[in-house]
Design a protein around this ligand. Structure first.
Ligand SMILES: [Zn+2]
Length: 159
């Protein structure tokens, strides 16, 4: 940042709703604002302005920081629990350590095998999608893996 403290001038303010403790951006030219989460009517001149800036982008960044601080360690934990329920996301996470495409496929197949038993190339595609990746000729490459066999057309299983 260019020396702006965030407490000076600017039409954007960051406040925290006292009822639901959610940080949000408000237009300081307004007198009131309604909390988008709990619906509480907030009178802006009575609110503590945690951050003030003329950049809406900077204000949103401050909201993100503030919300993360308020929720502490709770949010990431919750997200972790949700993600681990999804075998595709679980596989995607484990496969990030792979050093090459082959290793990536091997890890994905192993995790999918553990999680859902037999799987299809669409499952592998979905995992790759979570990783922001794509593999050409996926089915051919799956068939070439040593620890994988094709149980029936298009259905794979790890051994
Ligand atoms: Zn609220």
């Amino acid at each position: 940042m260019t020396g702006k403290s965030g407490t000076g001038e600017g039409k954007y303010g960051v406040i925290v709703c006292p009822d639901c403790e959610t940080a949000r951006v408000v237009d300081l030219n307004d007198k009131t604002s309604r909390c988008y989460r709990c619906g509480k009517r907030l009178i802006l001149k009575k609110m503590k302005i945690y951050y003030r800036t003329s950049s809406s982008k900077e204000a949103r960044w401050a909201v993100g920081r503030l919300n993360a601080e308020i929720s502490g360690g709770d949010l990431p934990c919750m997200r972790e629990r949700d993600e681990s329920d999804d075998p595709h996301i679980k596989a995607a996470k484990k496969a990030t350590i792979a050093e090459n495409e082959r290793e990536r496929l091997e890890i994905i197949c192993r995790v999918l095998g553990e999680e859902i038993g037999s799987f299809r190339s669409e499952d592998v595609k979905s995992v790759l999608h979570h990783m922001g990746r794509e593999i050409e000729d996926l089915e051919t490459k799956l068939k070439r893996l040593e620890d994988i066999y094709e149980r029936e057309e298009g259905v794979f299983r790890s051994v």
